[in-house]
Design a protein around this ligand. Structure first.
Ligand SMILES: C[S@@+](CC[C@H](N)C(=O)[O-])C[C@H]1O[C@@H](n2cnc3c(N)ncnc32)[C@H](O)[C@@H]1O
Length: 209
């Protein structure tokens, strides 16, 4: 994506719901919220925006490291921002360290970059270093929900989550919504229009044993 001058201007003086790291996310969340969701790699924000609007009883944190894409998400959200939304422009690899233990109830990974070459697998959002962090920040019985179009990434992730002791709760190799269980992300809309299968899995943290 070409550099857009408004991106720097927006990120130099961001609206209140935007943060550069995860240090302050805890302060913004009051007890009135039922659950805390974290979407990593939110892209242009459709999923984060639609899900936070559809679930005002929950708190929604989006993280996106690409500043150009993040700025588009922020711009989209600005006119309808609610008190249950925060957007963090940062690399999750650095900023998850700042999230308190057991703080998040559900982690959402939507169409994460596949990093196909073996030497780049460690950058996958389902690599073991990330999963160790997810395990730490997830509450007892917390969940990870992942959707992807990429079979190789899906298989890799299935193995990674099971090796890390998560319990598989649901899996589909051709995910079709039977009711409005979640929102459609930008990438998902693209793959749906191409009639490509969408893989989805739901994992639960084992709270005991
Ligand atoms: C393929 S896009 C998918 C975007 C969106 N989730 C969707 O489904 O349309 C993956 C996004 O994840 C972001 N991403 C990848 N690794 C990340 C990381 N470590 N921290 C934050 N964002 C990351 C990328 O910058 C990219 O915008």
């Amino acid at each position: 994506m070409r550099k857009k001058p408004w991106v720097d201007t927006l990120l130099e003086n961001p609206p209140k719901f935007v943060h550069k790291d995860c240090k302050f996310v805890h302060q913004n969340i009051t007890k009135e919220f039922e659950r805390v969701h974290l979407e990593i790699g939110s892209g242009k924000g459709d999923y984060w925006i639609l899900m936070s609007q559809a679930n005002p009883q929950d708190f929604w944190i989006g993280i996106e490291k690409d500043t150009k894409v993040a700025a588009i998400a922020i711009k989209k959200a600005m006119d309808s921002i609610q008190n249950n939304q925060i957007f963090v422009v940062a690399d999750a690899q650095q900023c998850l360290d700042d999230i308190q233990d057991a703080f998040v109830d559900i982690i959402h990974l939507n169409f994460s970059d596949p990093w196909p070459k073996k030497r780049t697998h460690k950058r996958r959002l389902s690599a073991s270093s990330f999963i160790a962090q997810y395990h730490r920040i997830l509450s007892a019985d917390g969940q990870i929900i992942m959707k992807t179009d990429n079979k190789d990434l899906f298989e890799y992730s299935m193995v990674s989550f099971s090796q890390a002791g998560f319990v598989l709760e649901d899996m589909s190799v051709d995910f079709r919504r039977t009711f409005h269980e979640d929102a459609i992300s930008e990438y998902e809309a693209r793959f749906m229009s191409l009639n490509q299968p969408i893989y989805r899995c739901v994992w639960r943290k084992k709270s005991h044993g």
